[in-house]
Each structure stands twice: as structure tokens, then as C-alpha cells.
Design a protein around this ligand. Structure first.
Ligand code: GAR
Length: 207
């Protein structure tokens, strides 16, 4: 059983999907050991506590320097013996030191089909606004490993979602979550926990 930490900043619907997948037996080989938020008001913290999961807030404002915040984040993961870090709407740049220490042990959910609508500045609703602006007919979500870049690590799973003529950014965001994010994120966790994800030449192979 691998130990997972879920890092969040907001509502935590992806965290909820992971909690529900664990309860439903979709996730069998991983336990959610810890939830960390950078914001004390994140509703995700309440979701974690309600599910009996240890929930902590580590906010940059509590530290004198960014370096100290980074160290606290890494120390907390180390102390809990975390095997896999899941970024589920965590809107903090992951320190290089953490990427180096947890190479191929950090995954992120992004609400588009990478490499479209990703990179610096593309998060949350803005991703869907840009997709609608461009007039794409298909969008979706991506789970990928985190490397030193932004949304640039090896892709694990992707799922497409059709764009409707009358979509707003909000309606598209919700459908991408319901049809793609909440499915592929728990699926990716279970694949990794079952040792079925291999990286060869920067590309993921699911065995
Ligand atoms: C999700 O849509 C996730 O894909 C997105 O933030 C939202 C968090 O919602 N992440 C990014 O945009 C990362 N670049 P949630 O707190 O309800 O899970």
C-alpha cells in the first residue's frame, strides 16, 4: 500500500473524487495519508477532515522566506513517508528541490489536453476561457508527472470532452471535471500504486 499526499488550494472536488474512489474500491493499493493546503480557508481541508484524513495548512505567509516554506513542505512529506504526491488544484509552484527529491513521484491534474492551453498562467477557469476563445471542438484533462517545467512532464492519462456551442467557461469547467478529471486522476493513482506506470525516454507506458 503506497502512501499518498494530496496538495490542494481550493474547493477540492478532485480530492473528493480520490476519497470516493478509495471508498468505492477503485483505488485499492494506495491510502490517502495526508492533505496539505497552502490556504487556510480551502474547503478541501474540510473534505479531508470529514473523511478522517490528516489535513494541514502550510501557508507561505507563515514563513519569513520562500525557502523556509519550501523546506516545511518537503519536511512534512518526508516525515509522513509519502510515496506519491498528487497536485489536485494546488496553485503553488513546486520547488525545484522537491521535484529533485520526488522525481517521478509527483503527479498533477490539468484541465486541458496538454500541450494545448497549458503552461504559465493557465490554471482553473482561464484554461476553459482560452479554449472557448480559440473555438476548439474538443478539450479534456491530463494527468502528468511533474518535472522542472510547467505542465511539461510525461503524460500518464488523458480524456477528451466535447465542447458544446452554448458552453460558458463555467459549464465547460464542470463538464471537464465530471467527465474527465474526476475519473482519470483516481485511475492514475491506482495505476501508479499497482506499479503499472513506466517511463521510457520521457514517455509513459502503462503495463
Ligand atoms: C481543477 O479543475 C484542476 O484541474 C485545476 O484546478 C481545479 C481545482 O479544482 N488545476 C489547474 O488548473 C492546474 N494548472 P478542485 O479544487 O475542485 O479539485
Amino acid at each position: 500500500m503506497i502512501k499518498v499526499a494530496v496538495l490542494v488550494s481550493g474547493g477540492g472536488t478532485n480530492l473528493q473524487a480520490i476519497i470516493d474512489a478509495k471508498a468505492a474500491g477503485i483505488i485499492n493499493n494506495a491510502e490517502i495519508s495526508l492533505v496539505i493546503s497552502n490556504k487556510p480557508t480551502a474547503f478541501a481541508l474540510e473534505r479531508a477532515r470529514k473523511a478522517g484524513i490528516e489535513a494541514r495548512c502550510i501557508a507561505p505567509s507563515e514563513f519569513e522566506t520562500r525557502e523556509e516554506f519550501n523546506e516545511a513542505l518537503i519536511r512534512t512529506l518526508d516525515e509522513t513517508g509519502i510515496d506519491l504526491v498528487v497536485l489536485a488544484g494546488f496553485l503553488v509552484i513546486i520547488p525545484e528541490k522537491m521535484v529533485a527529491k520526488y522525481t517521478n513521484k509527483i503527479i498533477n491534474i490539468h484541465p486541458s489536453l496538454i500541450p494545448s492551453f497549458c503552461g504559465t498562467g493557465y490554471y482553473g477557469l482561464r484554461v476553459h476561457e482560452k479554449a472557448l476563445e480559440r473555438g476548439v471542438k474538443v478539450t479534456g484533462a491530463t494527468v502528468h508527472f511533474v518535472d522542472e517545467g510547467t505542465d511539461s512532464g510525461p503524460i500518464i492519462l488523458q480524456k477528451t470532452v466535447a465542447v458544446k456551442d452554448d458552453d460558458t467557461a463555467e459549464s465547460l469547467q464542470l463538464r471537464v471535471m465530471e467527465e474527465a478529471e474526476w475519473k482519470i486522476l483516481p485511475e492514475a493513482i491506482e495505476l501508479i500504486a499497482s506499479d503499472r506506470v513506466k517511463i521510457l525516454n520521457g514517455r509513459v507506458k502503462v503495463i
